[in-house]
Design a protein around this ligand. Structure first.
Ligand code: GLU
Length: 552
């Protein structure tokens, strides 16, 4: 009896691996094309770090005319969550990161290298496990959980390295005949890899991001097929990335220390190993301590958080690219209007240690992104967001024609307004432009330098009676406010006032603040001339008159 007999006994129905090697031919792609994947477990939660990985992977494949595929790693069925795949697919789609191949829903997929859901690849893993057993490179292990526990306790007591290796790997040396007999007797087992490694030897490896790393060789006889017949992550990774033609494994750096094992597996199976790029996690500054963004503690760890606040996806992507490659900032400065797609992302320029995630910076990026949108785009985005998250805003926006004019204020020019960072801000940003809210929601008129009732009333009355004309162009409009200031004894120029402050009560800027506050109940607004244009004559006069009445 030999290893082949053992292999046949364990996996009688498994195919020869040549079947799969032919079924999934090498990909025919241009030189330098990157084939990579996003390979999440469907836990029902999309972490911002996952989006980060997906974005980087998709961008690199686009830059090189490669392939980006989505593989669902659901071999740990304890962690499965209903609709976990849908959550991932929807998040990717929402950010324009659809995969070229792979799962497209809980049950469907596209591409010639599938199935892309690991739980559907059981027979493939078994074929490769059978192949390894047949070569004597894998074996059945009959140790029970208690026995493994016992080994661990002994190792702990003796203060030696834990694990199933060397002399501790009891089942490694069981003769084939005995193994066959025990299987025939119905004993339970799993399949382990027979590691040829030695812990006192080193392997050198060049990671695309981390650079040169050195590790002890792997000598652990890791489990490759579990009791439920499904593979472990390590084995599935090697089989899948081989068959699917992955050129670059881009994954979280918690896997870096598994590289010796993975390279060994690739080698022992006779496969060519892909390149590895281990991404440092996104970090958070927690009162001076740098730590990983945590799913439990940090709401901003969830991709859904950004949708809820209404941060546009372009801003989130732009910010993530910014974290990924520090030279992006200079590129953006030099190319303020180019689409993100034109930036050449480089894996080897990614930071080795985790980049800090700074929500304030993200909001700044977002302000710029939104400032470049047309009024129509702002409208569409704000409306979509409000439809989901803010009924009151949605109602306001239903007046589309008017709202488009509101959004067009100080937009589409050289220095567009940057006062919206997220769609959540829109309500407070524009509500004063709507009479319904302006008159019915309590407004605080906080007058500034000129704050005496009489002075205010005088300015407003004179403005309506003598100076306001809705047809004035901007210069005339502005000149008239100066005239008005002059007529009431305020300095017509700020300069004049500064040169001679005792000669005046205040200056033209203070006068226009009075009009602004009366009109909008705000001290800070976009361009007042444009606001008046949008409000229209009747409205401007009504607002100013009502304010005069209120003050008296
Ligand atoms: N399923 C693994 C994880 O979510 C994937 C790691 C990999 O990309 O290989 O961590």
């Amino acid at each position: 009896m030999d290893y082949k007999d053992l292999a046949n006994l364990i996996f009688p129905d498994a195919k020869e691996i040549s079947y799969y090697e032919e079924k999934y031919p090498r990909r025919n792609l241009p030189e330098g094309a990157i084939v990579t994947r996003y390979a999440p477990s469907p836990t029902g939660f999309m972490h911002i770090g996952g989006l980060y990985q997906g974005l980087i992977s998709k961008k690199l494949t686009e830059q090189t005319q490669g392939v980006f595929f989505l593989r669902i790693e659901d071999t740990d069925q304890k962690r499965e969550v209903e609709n976990g795949v849908t959550e991932i697919i929807n998040s990717l789609k929402q950010y324009g990161l659809e995969a070229d191949e792979g799962c497209t829903s809980e049950t469907e997929e596209v591409g010639n290298y599938g199935p892309y859901k690991q739980s559907l690849r059981k027979e493939i893993y078994q074929a490769y496990a059978k192949y390894l057993i047949g070569l004597g490179k894998a074996y059945p292990c009959f140790c029970s959980t208690e026995e493994i526990e016992e080994i661990r306790a002994k190792q702990e007591n003796a203060k030696i390295r834990p694990g199933y290796y060397g002399v501790w790997a009891k089942c490694r040396t069981i003769p084939v005949e005995e193994a066959v007999k025990r299987i025939q007797n119905g004993e339970k087992y799993i399949i382990r890899f027979k590691s040829p490694g030695r812990e006192d030897k080193k392997i050198k490896h060049k990671d695309v991001i981390k650079g040169n790393v050195e590790f002890p060789e792997n000598d652990q006889d890791i489990v490759i097929i579990k009791a439920d017949g499904l593979p472990t992550y390590h084995f599935a990774h090697v089989v899948d990335d081989h068959l699917m033609g992955t050129t670059h494994v881009i994954r979280g750096d918690e896997w870096l220390s598994s590289v010796p094992l993975h390279l060994q597996l690739f080698y022992e199976m006779g496969f060519r190993a892909p390149k590895y790029a281990h991404i440092a996690p996104i970090m958070k500054n927690d009162e001076g301590n740098k730590r990983k963004l945590s799913k439990r503690k940090d709401p901003e760890a969830a991709v859904s958080y950004y949708s809820e606040l209404g941060i546009p996806k372009e801003a989130v992507k732009e910010y993530l690219i910014n974290i990924a490659n520090s030279n992006f900032e200079n590129w953006r400065r030099a190319n303020p209007d180019k689409p993100l797609e034109e930036f050449d992302l480089q894996l080897n320029k990614m930071s080795v240690s985790g980049a800090l995630f700074d929500i304030v910076k993200l909001l700044d990026v977002s302000k710029i992104v939104i400032s470049k949108m047309t009024a129509e785009e702002v409208y569409e985005n704000a409306y979509n967001w409000a439809s989901k998250y803010n009924e009151e805003l949605k109602k306001l926006l239903e007046n589309k024609e008017y709202t488009l004019k509101v959004f067009a204020i100080e937009r589409g020019n050289k220095k567009p307004r940057k006062d919206i960072a997220k769609w959540e801000d829109v309500m407070s940003n524009i509500e004063y432009m709507y009479d319904d809210i302006f008159y019915n929601k309590e407004q605080k008129h906080e007058y500034q330098v000129i704050n005496e009732k009489e002075d205010i009333s005088k300015i407003l009355s004179l403005y309506i009676e003598k100076y306001y004309n809705e047809n004035d162009d901007k210069q005339t409009w502005f000149d008239k406010i100066k005239e008005l200031a002059g007529e009431l004894g305020y300095a017509k120029e700020v300069k004049e006032y500064k040169a001679n402050p005792d000669a005046y009560k205040a200056h033209v800027g203070d006068v226009s603040t009075v009009i602004r506050v009366a009109l909008t109940a705000r001290t800070n607004t976009p361009d007042m001339y444009e606001i008046m244009k949008v409000l229209g004559k009747d409205n401007v006069i009504e607002r100013l008159q009502k304010e005069i009445q209120r003050l008296n």
